[in-house]
Ligand binder design. Structure first.
Ligand code: AP5
Length: 212
């Protein structure tokens, strides 16, 4: 099954993708993670993306489209995949269509801006393995220390209050038109992303298993 997880920054796309990836045994492809890895390794893509990410802006379409093109031809995608954070603009969705990749469902995780701000400002990520925590909702056992690898947990630069506001603005202007785009194709399933993580996972599974 080929899925897209849509939603505001901090809606819980990554959190849900982790569960659904295990449930369906398909990989998650997060453009955000791929770009951050490129940044860490100092590649050309990473360097091009840095300023955009730090300011809360979208990385240019051609950069992310090329990332997706080369990732989707890898063998682990043959049985399906979850796209987390792609597409984020109509031209990106059009590029996906041109790749003749059939999307089965688009799950839109709906969360208010206020909740987004709470979630992102409290999020901490492991600087070593990338595991994600929240200071209130999902704290690590030892403060600032990753449960999985003992790496240091830090706040992402784009999770600072002013940048969160910019990311939300960008989301409302450039990404929300995708809801209509996929609604017209009868592929859009909207679920509430507010509540306990396992309740939202249940809603996500229901949406995935619902007949179109
Ligand atoms: P990216 O990394 O994709 O950021 P994002 O979409 O802004 O999403 P996040 O990863 O911040 O949030 P999420 O929805 O996955 O939430 P999470 O599960 O972590 O992109 C970063 C940047 O890269 C972009 O700004 C852009 O510059 C660039 N980029 C990436 N893709 C691009 C593209 N296609 N085009 C152009 N540019 C692109 O949850 C958030 C927090 O909330 C966590 O702490 C979690 O523990 C907590 N949480 C989750 N669920 C719940 C719950 N139910 N209750 C309480 N807390 C919860």
């Amino acid at each position: 099954m080929n899925l897209i997880f849509l939603g505001a920054p901090g809606a819980g796309k990554g959190t849900q993708a982790e569960f659904i990836s295990d449930y369906l045994n398909i990989p998650t492809i997060s453009t955000g993670n791929i770009i951050r890895d490129a940044l860490k390794s100092g590649t050309e893509v990473g360097l091009k993306a840095k300023d955009y990410i730090d300011k809360g802006l979208l990385v240019p379409d051609e950069v992310v489209i090329n990332i997706i093109k080369s990732r989707l031809i890898e063998s682990d995608c043959s049985k399906g995949f979850i796209l987390d954070g792609f597409p984020r603009t109509v031209p990106q969705a059009e590029a996906l269509k041109e790749m003749t990749i059939l999307i089965d469902k688009v799950i839109d995780i709906d969360v208010s801006d206020i909740e987004v701000e709470k979630r992102l400002s409290g999020r901490r990520v492991c600087s070593s393995c990338g595991s994600s925590y929240h200071i209130l909702y999902k704290p690590s056992k030892i403060e600032d220390c990753c449960d999985r690898c003992s790496g240091e947990t830090i706040q992402r630069k784009d999770d600072q209050t002013e940048t969160i506001k910019e990311r939300l603005k960008v989301y409302h202007n450039q990404t929300t038109p995708l809801k209509d785009y996929y609604k017209k194709q009868n592929k859009l399933f909207i679920i509430s992303g507010e509540g306990k993580v396992d309740e939202i996972t249940k809603l996500t599974i229901e949406a995935i298993e619902r007949k179109v």
